[in-house]
Design a protein around this ligand. Structure first.
Ligand SMILES: Nc1ncnc2c1ncn2[C@@H]1O[C@H](COP(=O)(O)OP(=O)(O)OP(=O)(O)O)[C@@H](O)[C@H]1O
Ligand SMILES: [Mg+2]
Length: 298
């Protein structure tokens, strides 16, 4: 569906993308996961043909981005500007008219999408007075008006409350189930778990690209949960074997360089400090993988 080959983009001194290659298959929910400034928006803009790459190529449905039928591609930018003084329905109608869709087609599609996104009761409300989550759903509705085969969403759930985030993902699953291919960027690692395939991006580089399951497999023994009577969040800061430590008040979650060696090192480290407790390997979460791949940053 999307093929990106060795795409680079530079903004003066910043290398926003450095020879990025990836492939999005038909009916993927493909997650582009990375922190602020990783290059997500730049890559999505290039994919959608809104900006040329310095080098490299992009194909969407076997065509260059500038050549594809715009109706096949739905794009929801990171900062979508809805018209705050137009109602929900008026925003949708305006958006549909940009694609020269007839009023009748817009109306019937809008009904259908409003139903899916749960906005039907609010069609008369001004966009400016919607909650953050509802604004995002309206932006999605507008991006869906052409019934695109491919939907590209740039951080659609950023800053949205947990319930609305869940609703949003339920909608994405439903659309995907109907055959839509979705590429979505997010800084939230828990959302990476919801994707069928994931690319981790950091500082313009793709660190890994695979299914969540395959990405986790090599790291199955490298995450340890430690329950000990200590409240010191920096307890493991100086232990060489530990790549990252998170403190949750009643437990620690450690990413170690090697499962067996790490477990032993933690054991003797705690024993030397007179701390006894439970150390057990747990399955890695996406967040752990990202930490492992980016390495310890101190
Ligand atoms: N038009 C531009 N001019 C100059 N620098 C830019 C421009 N667009 C992006 N950058 C820089 O390129 C890098 C990648 O930016 P990009 O917006 O693609 O990241 P992102 O992953 O979308 O980040 P965020 O999560 O904050 O949206 C950043 O360092 C950013 O400051
Ligand atoms: Mg961005």
């Amino acid at each position: 569906m999307i093929r990106v080959k060795k795409v680079s983009k530079r903004f003066s001194s910043i290398q926003a993308l450095d020879r990025v290659s990836l492939q999005v298959n038909r009916q993927d929910i493909f997650g582009l996961i990375g922190p602020d400034g990783a290059g997500k928006t730049t890559l999505m803009r290039i994919i959608c043909g809104l900006m040329p790459p310095d080098e490299g190529q992009v194909w969407i449905m076997d065509q260059a981005p500038g050549e594809i039928d715009r109706q096949n591609l739905g794009y929801m930018p990171q900062r979508f500007s809805l018209y705050p003084d137009l109602s929900v329905r008026e925003n949708i109608e305006f958006f549909g008219s940009l694609y020269s869709l007839s009023r009748k087609v817009i109306r019937s599609r809008a009904e259908e999408i409003l139903e899916i996104t749960g906005l039907s009761p609010f069609t008369g409300r001004l966009a400016g007075s919607l909650s953050g989550g509802m604004k995002q759903k309206l932006a999605l509705t507008c991006a869906l008006i052409t019934r695109p085969a491919l939907l590209v969403l740039d951080e659609p759930t950023y800053g949205v409350d947990p319930q609305s985030r869940q609703d949003f993902w339920r909608i994405l699953y439903q659309l995907n189930h109907q055959g839509m291919t979705i590429m979505v960027s997010t800084p939230y690692m828990d959302e990476a778990e919801l994707c069928t395939r994931v690319a981790f991006i950091n500082q313009g580089h793709i660190l890994a690209c695979d299914t969540p399951q395959n990405l986790k497999a090599p790291f199955s023994q490298r995450v340890l949960e430690v329950r000990i009577p200590s409240q010191d969040p920096r307890l493991f800061d100086n232990l060489e074997e530990v790549e990252d430590a998170s403190f949750f008040g009643y437990k620690y979650r450690l990413v170690v360089r090697d499962g067996t060696r790490g477990q032993k090192a933690v054991q003797s480290y705690l024993a030397a400090r007179g701390l006894a407790g439970v150390i057990e390997p747990v399955s890695p979460a996406m967040e752990d993988l990202f930490v492992i791949m980016t390495g310890r940053d101190d």
